[in-house]
Design a protein around this ligand. Structure first.
Ligand code: FDA
Length: 305
């Protein structure tokens, strides 16, 4: 119930004004984002890669509804990739892109052109793009765009949300040689006929999807903070004889940082998803919906503690 309410609030203009202007919420949001500027993103990326972690940088600009805004978002990505290229981080620092930031709500062919421009900049920087998955109504369009992008940029990453009832089918389709696939639980509100809603059902689907990806020919990117699922991933790697460099764990910046370092210290590849930008509201509300701990953090900040 609370999760649904927070996810609904993540799309509400009224709730947005209240949260964005409340004292201290920006400070709490800072726990999950690198900062508001490109310098913040590059600084945090350098720090994390310096510690042996991998990074995927996300510029926060989802749900941009006008062409001018999408063009500005594309330029921000190109500038970011220029900076990452200059830092010579190669594939250690990739970018994650939400298609709703670069035209999907406006026009699909504009989105594809914009995504191609970002992929071209990523290639020049020696790295790649992963296309985030958003609301369930956009899944087919997003997978279609990833398919098109992979013709010229085969290293483009796809994302599958385990809460989707069709998740296993998508994973099987994407389990081919060279296919980079991020598996996550899913962070958006979705109706019952499209997605599992119970935690146990979502977790079981995550395991079934992981089995397909780990046994398949692609490159699995297992995005979860869930200790049980992380253990199962480790067991599957042994079972499927996957070397440590043949898959990666992914976690969000600010969530379970010690676990990120523990896994990396054991020789695993761990990529940290680093979001930055001024438009942090939607991203932040989804983080609150995920964890009572995150919500307590906000509550404490609101009472000034
Ligand atoms: P869940 O939220 O069920 O938590 C399971 C357990 O993990 C908890 O019981 C606790 O033990 C631990 N845990 C979780 N949060 C914690 C915290 N804050 N502090 C301490 N422990 C915590 N979603 C999407 O729809 N599209 C996308 O493209 C992406 N992309 C993406 C990239 C990356 C790198 C990550 C990590 C996640 C995403 N997501 C996403 C978000 C994803 O769908 C999901 O909402 C979150 O990862 C939370 O799910 P968990 O798997 O962590 O499990």
């Amino acid at each position: 119930m609370l999760r649904q309410a927070l996810l609904a609030a993540s799309r509400s203009g009224g709730a947005r004004r209240v949260v964005e202007t409340a004292p201290f919420t920006r400070d709490v949001a800072r726990r999950f984002i690198a900062g508001e500027t490109i310098e913040d993103a590059v600084r945090v990326t350098r720090e994390l890669t310096g510690e042996g972690l991998l990074v995927s940088v996300d510029f926060l600009g989802e749900d941009t509804l006008d062409r001018k805004g999408t063009g500005a978002n594309v330029r921000r990505y190109i500038e970011l990739l220029d900076r990452l290229g200059a830092a010579r981080l190669g594939a250690r620092a990739e970018v994650s892109v939400k298609l709703s930031a670069i035209g999907q709500p406006v026009d699909e062919s504009l989105t594809l052109d914009n995504a191609r421009r970002i992929c071209t900049a990523a290639r020049s920087a020696g790295t790649a793009v992963t296309v985030d998955m958003e609301d369930h109504t956009t899944v087919d369009s997003t997978l279609g765009i990833v398919h098109e992008l992979r013709r010229d940029f085969p290293d483009t990453g796809a994302v599958i949300q385990a809460y989707l009832r069709r998740a296993e089918e998508y994973c099987a389709e994407l389990s081919y040689e060279g296919s980079r696939v991020r598996l996550c639980k899913g962070a958006y509100a979705a109706p019952d006929d499209v997605a599992f809603s119970g935690k146990e059902d979502v977790d079981k689907s995550f395991v079934r999807c992981m089995k397909i990806l780990m046994a398949g020919k692609g490159y699995p990117m297992l995005a979860t903070h869930d200790p049980r699922l992380i253990d199962i991933a480790g067991a599957l790697a042994v079972l499927d004889e996957r070397d440590a460099d043949a898959f990666e764990y992914q976690m969000l910046y600010g969530v379970r940082p010690q676990e990120q370092r523990r896994l990396a210290g054991q020789g695993a590849q761990v990529r940290v998803y680093v979001a930055y930008g001024e438009d942090w509201y939607g991203f932040f509300m989804r983080r609150l919906a995920e964890s009572p701990g995150n919500l307590r953090l906000l509550a404490r900040s609101l009472v000034g503690r």
